[in-house]
Design a protein around this ligand. Sequence first.
Ligand code: ADP
Ligand code: MG
Length: 390
Amino acid sequence: MAFQKKTIRDVDVHGKRVLVRCDFNVPLENGVITDDRRIRESLPTIRELLNRGAAVILMSHLGRPEGRDERYSLKPVAVRLGELLGREVRFAPDCVGEEVKAMASALKPGEAMLLENVRFHEEETKNDPEFAQQLASLADLFVNDAFGSAHRAHASTEGVAHYLPAVAGFLMEKEIQYLGRALADPSRPFVAVLGGAKVSDKIQVVENLLPKVDALLIGGGMAFTFLRAKGLTTGRSLLDAESLDFVNSVLVESPDKILLPTDVVVADSVDSETGTEVRVEEIPEDKMGLDIGTATAATFAARIEGASTVIWNGPMGVFEKEPFSKGTKAIAEAMARCQGVTIVGGGDTAAAVEKFGLADKMTHVSTGGGASLEFLEGKALPGVVALQDA
Ligand code: ADP
Ligand code: MG
């Protein structure tokens, strides 16, 4: 599947002022960036534009501030980005206004500046047209490289594209190509692995993926609602009662495609120091299931290793706690061994793969949590729709 939108390859940027929406929504602890992956992932686009003689004006949101709040300042990102680029990144005190406009006008080809957090203005999330126009007035061209924000129709992701020629950056292109190709034209066998806490979060993902995949492996908290639908007792495990009807219907429709755990790790609570492995038919009434068991992990791993395309969203257990992390780790290791295309989507799943040091072993780990989920649901992303067609 070819990417349907224009990219920075298709436009002349020399001597132009280019406004680039990045996803610099990085985790901060006391003003220190604890994971700079999103900044590093944006470097190819920024470097390309600078090398081709553009003056680059970068913008992003960070966190969910209500109005101006220095704890959510993008200043640390400007510093880190400058280190990674090996050149100065000027930092603007705001994203709109006269002073910012003057800074943007003074920017020369090959120079970069970063605007302050766009969410310091409530007009951003309201997709206010006047605010979008003010952002657009800073530049000659808009580049959207913020895949992680593409599912939101905000002023800096969608609105601004109505006032400037708008094209995709390399990260946006890469994300859509990997996820899009896997969904539209997967090399088979095509296996999807789903986990996480709630079925209700993933209903649309299941609906969209089930007709496309050869097998759907279900673990994590959501597996217990499936087991319950099959008539098993699941003790104090997560149960998404509202989703039982939906689960029943997919089990009836596709009984052969769906693989459920045959054994699980149970404990008194997520804070327990150890768990016990039991068969799913024997989950004690007073315990909760917090991970898939060894036999299930082996069965799932074999399916994954035999696949040509694997998409994984949702941890297999409460991986944040060591006693319940083994199932998720086993799946990550199987993905790493798989010779086919392996794609990881979802914020917590990506964090798990990073934690196990296996991110580099995947074909693609999406930078977009919510955006990758909406893509897997089959939804159009407003930030992509707004770009010029190729
Ligand atoms: P993603 O962000 O990758 O889409 P989710 O947000 O859907 O993933 O799910 C991640 C969460 O699911 C994790 O915080 C994990 O602890 C939780 N989880 C996984 N398995 C279980 C379980 N058996 N019981 C309770 N919570 C679980
Ligand atoms: Mg999550």
